[in-house]
Design a protein around this ligand. Structure first.
Ligand code: ASP
Length: 333
């Protein structure tokens, strides 16, 4: 039996799965009732996946996981790598600003218990994902916005700094010449970083961080900090995270949808494909003009990714392999 089918059948029939350090040596029941050891040499857990090509970020997350750290620590630390990377113009420091020249960040995080924290329209603090974690752990709330989020971060000891780098300022000034109102959505390149991890105990967490659409309206918030849209984790089932035009993800509550589809028996790949179909098959969908991509993982460590257009990718670190995997996509020609 192929491993995928085994895992699927195992979850359907209630056969116990050893989700621990490894799936090596999982047991299946053959038709004659004997236990059969499935020889799977691949070490499945821990594992980490992220949107786009972010091997430094997944490497950092895996470092935490291999040292026995939690999936929650792994996704936070992994996202922080990209937030600090000034060359990435869609996350954290160096992110492209809104149309008024302000860099505003959105982020969220969710743990194995379903706890979550989120910040929106956060200015002058690089590590938005860490502020989101503090909201989750140190307040009775889920979401803090704007000045309130910033003041909270400062009280927690985060250092204020300018997030607008020379390169992003230059890009914004160039954009202002024509000031096309259409927000730019990058189809081919790294955007929001969304990261999902399963630690050696089989527990799942996820995080998501972004500077949002370049040259967005002041005050605009996308899907990335919205629990259920940009990110959703259900430790019983799996997790999903989104990138792309946030408005479309919000309208379909995309990440929650992917997880619910997995709950109904779909593989992560099938669930991501179905969630993309919900967007592109809407009457009058304008999907030629925007990108959306999902990545997902289920409780067994199967993963999937799918997008509307070509060039979306997922970075996956499992076993000793940290690699970029090109995503399949809807719009083939
Ligand atoms: N989803 C993000 C947003 O809409 C943007 C992105 O993924 O690039 O703000």
């Amino acid at each position: 039996m192929r491993r995928r089918n085994f895992l699927k059948n195992a979850s359907l029939t209630g056969v116990g799965l050893a989700v621990g350090n490894s799936l090596k040596g999982c047991q299946d029941i053959s038709p004659d009732g004997k236990k059969v050891v499935v020889s799977d040499k691949k070490t499945a857990l821990p594992l980490v996946i992220a949107t786009w090509h972010v091997i430094d970020a997944t490497a950092r997350a895996m470092e935490i996981l291999q040292a026995g750290g939690t999936a929650l620590d792994a996704v936070e630390q992994g996202c922080m790598v990209e937030e600090a990377n000034e060359k990435g113009q869609s996350v954290g420091k160096g992110g492209l600003p809104d149309r008024d020249g302000n860099v505003t960040l959105d982020a969220c995080i969710m743990d194995k218990h379903g706890n979550c924290g989120s910040v929106v329209y956060l200015k002058n603090i690089t590590h938005a994902v860490s502020v989101a974690r503090k909201v989750m752990e140190d307040t009775p709330h889920v979401m803090l916005a704007g000045e309130g989020a910033k003041n909270f971060a400062l009280k927690k000891g985060f250092q204020p700094e300018s997030l607008l780098t020379e390169a992003s300022k230059e890009a914004w000034e160039k954009w202002k010449v024509e000031a096309q109102y259409n927000p730019i959505i990058n189809i081919e390149n790294h955007d929001t970083i969304g990261m999902l991890a399963i630690d050696k105990n089989g527990d799942i967490s996820g995080a998501c961080t972004t500077s949002g659409l370049a040259y967005k309206m002041a005050g605009r918030v996308g899907d990335s900090p919205i629990i259920g849209s940009g990110l959703f984790v259900d430790n019983e089932i799996g997790a999903a995270v989104a990138t792309g035009l946030g408005e479309e993800v919000v309208k379909t509550v995309g990440s929650f949808l992917v997880v619910e589809l997995m709950r109904q028996g779909k593989t992560p790949q099938e669930a991501c494909e179905e969630a993309i179909k919900r967007i592109v098959q809407k009457p009058n969908s304008d999907f030629n003009n925007f990108q959306v991509g999902y990545i997902a993982v289920n409780k067994h460590g199967d993963t999937g990714s799918y997008s509307i257009h070509q060039w979306f990718s997922m970075t996956k670190y499992q076993g000793s392999v940290n690699q970029q995997i090109q995503s399949d996509y809807f719009k083939k020609a």
